[in-house]
Design a protein. Structure first.
Length: 321
């Protein structure tokens, strides 16, 4: 067991734990890239390759709500976009499917929660004040919780940096089912034996149906004004507007602009209170305020509320001269 361990506060039976003390992955029902990973003499899961690799193990797991996932990890050297670790909270049977994962490391050298959907990755939780928090030889304890309403909370503790557990942030998501939990090691050719994971704990309940039935009764009304944007800036078709009305003031808007190849172009709002009515506008500019290039873009609107089912809508927009 490691020096950084969280006390599990959920009063539930533990679904499974693994501290790799058996030194036999098959005994604990893990499947995956056996040849790329070992259990070392310290009873830690470690990558063991001499080339750049992505190595994954997965374990059947239906935990989804009123739940907690926890793990410990360590980097020798510095983490980067080529050297990182993930725990996947999978939603589908496919390891390439839709789901959620906690990432430690990456270009920002921090701890994040992300959603993976149709091959696209979107960050749901990232603490701007914690970017570059992971120095060389970082040891990190991570804990992710999800309550019965679908609210995620992400916590971490970096050895030598944090005196106590730190909250990275929270997010809402209506994930319905989980089939697997998975561990991913991504390493460069120089770091083929430098990543470690241990003390896996997963507990909670399965979720067979949506937490709240999908809102199909039209209580949130959204009307799009305009389908294209011209870059002439002559007062004609200069923007696309989403005009909405809500039945109450519990809703929050998340509006992102994506290119046709899936790149995030602009975040117009993130978790913004909607009130009872309002307008969301995109004028064809990117995050730096510059005109985007001619092409087709997607306005992805997500509406969340602690009292209602989430709503997700896509609006294609053609940007022309």
């Amino acid at each position: 067991m490691k020096s950084l361990l969280f006390i599990l506060v959920l009063v539930q039976s533990v679904i499974f734990t693994d501290d790799f003390s058996s030194r036999n992955l098959s005994e604990n029902n893990w499947s995956g890239d056996w040849d790329n990973l070992i259990i070392n003499s310290n009873q830690q899961l470690q990558n063991n390759v001499s080339w750049a690799a992505e190595s994954m193990l997965w374990h059947p797991c239906e935990v989804a709500i009123d739940a907690e996932w926890a793990f410990w990890c360590h980097f020798y050297g510095t983490c980067s976009a080529y050297n990182l670790l993930r725990m996947y909270i999978m939603e589908s049977d496919s390891m390439e499917g839709n789901g959620y994962f906690v990432q430690v490391g990456g270009a920002n050298r921090n701890i994040t929660l992300c959603r993976q959907e149709d091959g696209k990755v979107t960050k749901l939780i990232e603490n701007a004040d914690r970017k570059q928090v992971l120095d060389a030889n970082a040891s990190v304890a991570v804990r992710l919780t999800r309550d019965e309403r679908g609210q995620w909370n992400l916590f971490s503790q970096v050895e030598g940096v944090d005196m106590d557990e730190q909250i990275e942030g929270d997010a809402f998501a209506n994930m319905v089912q989980s089939r697997y939990v998975a561990l991913l090691f991504k390493n460069s050719s120089q770091r083929g034996t430098d990543l470690y994971m241990d003390d896996i704990v997963v507990q909670g309940d399965r979720q067979d149906e949506p937490l709240i039935q999908q809102n199909n009764d039209g209580t949130v009304e959204i009307n799009r004004e305009g389908e294209s944007i011209t870059l002439q800036r002559d007062g004609f078709e200069d923007e696309v507007r989403l005009v909405y009305t809500c039945p109450d003031d519990t809703y929050h808007a998340h509006l992102h602009i994506y290119s046709s190849d899936g790149r995030l172009i602009r975040t117009l709002c993130q978790n913004r209170p909607m009130g009872m009515s309002g307008i969301l506008v995109w004028d064809g500019t990117d995050q730096q305020g510059e005109d985007v290039t001619i092409g087709v873009y997607v306005m992805l609107l997500e509406i969340t509320s602690p009292a209602h089912a989430p709503i997700r809508k896509k609006y294609p927009v053609a940007v022309v001269h």
